[in-house]
Design a protein around this ligand. Structure first.
Ligand SMILES: Cc1cc2nc3c(=O)[nH]c(=O)nc-3n(C[C@H](O)[C@H](O)[C@H](O)COP(=O)(O)OP(=O)(O)OC[C@H]3O[C@@H](n4cnc5c(N)ncnc54)[C@H](O)[C@@H]3O)c2cc1C
Length: 302
């Protein structure tokens, strides 16, 4: 791995980058040590160049959306983090009911665009603090809706720099999973098929969902949303609360008193605090209910 050589070429090519970039500034958990380098390509050409340079200099790559489902190691990330949310945020109407959206756009921006154009179907995503790329990768969902129900296709870049497009039935979208989970493809954009509706109705549903989030979720504290996936037949939050773990704390990490499904950063939490707390939760819930909780939050880094 030769970061110095990579960085000197990036300078020549005018691709934006930051060395020793603190990941705590780029994650909703506000946790994480430095990435060796963060690259901020603003278009596909820069992205392709960045990828081939990383390959040439043996620098491993991690793709970052809005960092709202990540737990980054206190020792940071070896190699390059490619920040997709620094561009790729164009949203456009392709016809009366089809919207195309860049992977770096926030879900909230996409929802507001749909509201402006009287298009319904993505209201469930209003308030999920991720990017469109991250939402496709995770098949994000809430309140009975999920990306799978509205996406018609996605374009992506393979690790070899080939641009591809696949229809939704080839994206293997299931509960918090997609064909992109765990592979090197980079989602560039997605198309969504929506239904015309009155803007007042759409706004009312968006407000309703945001209101429910504010009522139930600990939005005043940094977190990565639901810490664990929903085990079949149960709710993770109910199992954790039933195990008496509401408010249980390790260092700066705490099981939220407001919603036991969330581990929050009460202040100064480290990745180790969260990891230790999660291990304690998994053990206790297993002892009490015989159910093995699986993390929804993705742990990355050294
Ligand atoms: C308060 C709060 C509430 C939340 N509520 C919900 C909810 O209701 N429903 C829900 O599903 N989630 C929820 N989340 C979790 C999170 O917002 C979603 O999982 C979101 O889809 C993650 O998007 P992101 O852009 O932040 O991705 P990141 O966290 O940056 O990345 C997540 C994964 O996606 C990959 N990735 C991101 N962009 C790309 C790309 N362009 N190409 C390839 N891979 C990519 C990353 O490499 C990583 O593996 C919540 C989080 C918080 C903090």
């Amino acid at each position: 791995m030769d970061i110095t050589a990579l960085v000197s070429t990036l300078n020549d090519l005018k691709i934006e980058y930051l060395c020793d970039c603190p990941m705590s500034l780029y994650t909703s958990f506000k946790i994480g040590g430095p990435a060796d380098v963060m690259l901020k390509p603003h278009n596909v050409e820069q992205l392709k160049t960045a990828l081939s340079l990383c390959k040439e200099h043996n620098v491993p790559v991690f793709i970052l959306g809005k960092g709202s489902n990540l737990l980054v190691s206190d020792d940071g990330i070896e190699g390059a983090v490619i920040n997709i949310s620094s561009g790729f945020d164009e949203i456009k109407l392709l016809n009366d009911t089809t919207v195309e959206c860049g992977a770096g756009a926030s879900l909230s921006a996409l929802c507001n665009f749909c509201l402006e154009h009287g298009l319904s179907g993505l209201e469930f995503a209003f308030g999920i603090p991720g990017s469109v790329g991250g939402a496709v990768y995770m098949n994000a969902g809430a309140y009975g809706g999920e990306i799978k129900n509205v996406i018609t296709s996605a374009t992506y870049l393979t690790a070899d720099g080939e641009e591809c497009e696949l229809p939704s039935d080839k994206l293997s979208l299931s509960y918090r999973k997609s064909k992109f989970s765990g592979n090197d493809d980079i989602i560039l954009s997605a198309k969504f098929e929506l239904k015309p509706d009155n803007a007042d109705n759409i706004r009312e549903r968006m407000n309703d969902f945001i209101g429910r989030r504010k009522d139930k979720q600990p939005l005043c504290f940094p977190s990565a949303g639901s810490t664990f996936k929903r085990p079949e037949g149960y709710y993770a939050g109910a199992l954790i609360e039933g195990s008496g773990l509401k408010g249980f704390t390790v260092g700066g990490a705490q099981v939220s008193e407001k919603h036991a499904g969330f581990v929050i950063n009460k202040g100064g939490a480290t990745c180790k605090d969260v990891t230790d707390l999660m291990a304690h939760i998994v053990k206790t819930v297993k002892e009490n209910y015989g159910v093995t909780l699986e993390a929804e939050v993705i742990k990355i880094g050294r």
